[in-house]
Design a protein around this ligand. Sequence first.
Ligand code: BTN
Length: 265
Amino acid sequence: MPLIDLTLLRQALGPMAGRFDVDAVDSCDSTNARLLERAAAGAPSGSVLVADRQSAGRGRRGRPWVSSPEDSLTFSLLWRWSADPARLAGLSLAVGLALARALESLGARGLGLKWPNDLLFRGAAGDAKLAGILVELAADRRGMQVVIGIGLNLRAPQVSEQIVAGLADCCPALPERHQLLAALLAELAQTLELFAREGFLPLRSDWQARHLWQDQAVCLLEAGQLLAQGLCRGVDAEGALLLETAAGQQRFLAGDLSLRPGAQP
Ligand code: BTN
């Protein structure tokens, strides 16, 4: 039996339950892959797939995403978008903000955001990754299918290439799993609805307030190549990264950001 019980989840969602069509499974290859398939077959906006275990979890830039059932929460949400696809820029930042807000409402502290959409915990060991977000897009005659995949560490994985944290590091007590998923889904729905109406602009100041690398010296890489380096000035109204470089302020829509150790801000 999957760790998520649909009756308990419905109770935890309360009046928001009607907005979601949730399926919980013991295992699948990737909740994103399965939900993209269901979207192509006509699944409605608000469809959610939560899996205890993934055999081929997908991370950003083709990396694998590995998680263990008890120590993580792994799910994807399908959200249909009928407006201009160009207005989707900034969406993944909105998702990161929604996660931070939901977890803070459950008592998490020390959370912060890294562009474009990593949720981090600022602990004694540095900025540690708490959750990964993978947004994948497809299109059909009704518009865009946006699949938002989330892998949240409840306890920090023992082995990892990067510094990682678990929700247990940020909260006095780990929230109950159904309450946690319900809080995340409810906040995602509210934030995405605002984003659909007004774009990233009304979310920008809240995102900036949690931006961990503001004014830090950073490098921006794309496929291992240095795209730019400079001081990280946060994001603009569309969610583009603003870097103050030797050639002046520049904006970027994609790339992998890292701190430049030893560089002076
Ligand atoms: C990252 O690399 O930071 C993004 C990781 C996203 C992982 C989640 S787990 C649920 C969903 N299904 C997947 O295959 N990937 C995402």
